[in-house]
Design a binder for this molecule. Structure first.
Ligand SMILES: Cc1cc2nc3c(=O)[nH]c(=O)nc-3n(C[C@H](O)[C@H](O)[C@H](O)COP(=O)(O)OP(=O)(O)OC[C@H]3O[C@@H](n4cnc5c(N)ncnc54)[C@H](O)[C@@H]3O)c2cc1C
Length: 361
């Protein structure tokens, strides 16, 4: 018996409904493109992420997300191995704290408020790359587009299907939640502690009814230090005797390379393209930015990968420099920490000002 295969034809297929995919869908549909958004998970779904939004990310978001902001951070304690504290205090927020399950559900709603077609589908069975189109194959369904935007995260299936393996450089992070009732009220509730994990830092981010606590290293060679026992130890040092729930680890894609941005009719955005700042692991900004830039490049037409490389060149440079900076700064942090903290302090002050400006828009 023949299995009937349905087919759908659109201008652009977007795979992945995280911040990068949502940004692409919104920009593409605003430009008049017919879009199919494909997700493999039903929302709400959780995503390992501390959910901190920087001023840059806030500036780029083109829908109202204020309902999912759990805390505004005006005070931050920096330290090195829990010593040499530097307190950053700003009248206006330095960052906004969200819970990714809530932020991403709102994102999907924002994407679905456009004219896009939405599909929740199991893993892709195959991909056909043609001179004039890209086709994704699912059991009983083929989706064809003139272009494909791969926004399917750090372990990108699209990249694996095209190049045979996930490519690029990765950082590592592990995180958990702590019930706020278990924590003695502290004056400064947002903390970043460098040197606890090699090549990175530990963090405590407040989220209203809970805290998110985690460890990050920009270099996956240090993954043996970014594990459950280390996280428990860090949580104990920074929050006291607390129970950790929902412990989860995840790679962070930091390659930021021109080469991995796409080829032919396929563009990689967000974590699928490796667009996270290596020094901090901040990826939501890069995801939204590259999602929007890739979409604009498709709308321009012609050699879309070249358009994308050209319009992203500033971010690529910054992201690349940030990786070089991480390579340089983290091994020397034992001596350079005071200077580093002063630099972060002035950056945070500038960020807090621009966050206010963008909130006022
Ligand atoms: C522990 C941790 C803490 C972090 N904290 C922060 C932070 O505080 N601030 C910050 O800015 N960044 C942070 N990051 C980085 C940030 O989470 C990512 O950079 C960001 O989520 C990238 O967005 P994205 O849309 O590219 O990918 P994702 O958010 O990973 O979204 C990818 C989407 O694609 C879907 N998908 C995957 N495969 C398929 C498939 N085959 N078919 C269809 N759909 C698919 C997934 O279900 C998912 O919805 C953190 C990362 C980690 C691991």
């Amino acid at each position: 018996m023949d299995i009937v295969t349905k087919s759908v034809k659109v201008d652009v297929i977007v795979v992945g409904g995280g911040p990068a995919g949502v940004a692409s869908v919104r920009t593409l549909t605003a430009g008049g493109a017919r879009v199919a958004l494909i997700e493999k998970t039903r929302f709400p779904r959780s995503k390992p992420c501390a959910g901190g939004l920087s001023a840059g990310a806030v500036r780029l978001l083109d829908y109202d997300f204020t309902t999912v902001v759990r805390e505004k951070v005006n005070e931050l304690r920096l330290s090195y191995k829990d010593k040499k504290p530097v307190i950053i205090k700003a009248e206006e927020p330095i960052a906004l704290m969200t819970k990714r399950a809530e932020f991403d559900s709102l994102g999907i709603e924002a994407a679905l408020s456009t004219e896009c077609q939405y599909f929740v589908l199991p893993e892709i069975s195959g991909i056909e790359l043609r001179r004039d189109a890209v086709e994704l194959i699912y059991p009983g369904l083929r989706i064809k587009g003139n272009y494909l935007v791969a926004a399917d995260g750090a372990g990108s299936t699209i990249r694996r299907l095209i190049s045979g393996r996930p490519k690029g450089a990765f950082g590592v992070a592990i995180e958990a939640d702590v019930d706020a009732n278990e924590v003695n009220t502290q004056e400064i509730r947002t903390k970043v502690d460098f040197g606890f994990s090699p090549g990175g830092y530990g963090w405590v981010f407040p989220k209203g009814d809970h805290y998110n606590v985690g460890l990050y290293s920009w270099n996956s060679r240090h993954s043996r230090f970014v594990n459950r026992p280390a996280l428990k130890q860090y949580a104990q040092i920074s929050l006291g005797e607390v129970n950790l729930s929902d412990i989860r680890g995840f790679p962070i894609a930091i390659s930021c390379s021109k080469k991995s941005m796409g080829s032919g009719r396929v563009l990689f955005v967000g974590d699928a393209g490796g667009f996270t700042y290596a020094s901090s692991g901040e990826g939501i900004y890069g995801a939204i930015l590259t999602g929007q830039l890739a979409a604009k490049s498709v709308l321009i037409g012609g050699d879309v990968v070249n358009n994308y490389r050209a319009t992203s060149s500033r971010y690529l440079r910054r992201c690349g420099l940030n990786r070089a900076f991480s390579r340089l700064i983290y091994p020397t942090l034992g001596v350079s920490y005071p200077l580093f903290a002063a630099r972060l302090n002035s950056q945070a002050m500038r960020a807090s000002m621009s966050l206010v400006d963008s909130e006022k828009r």
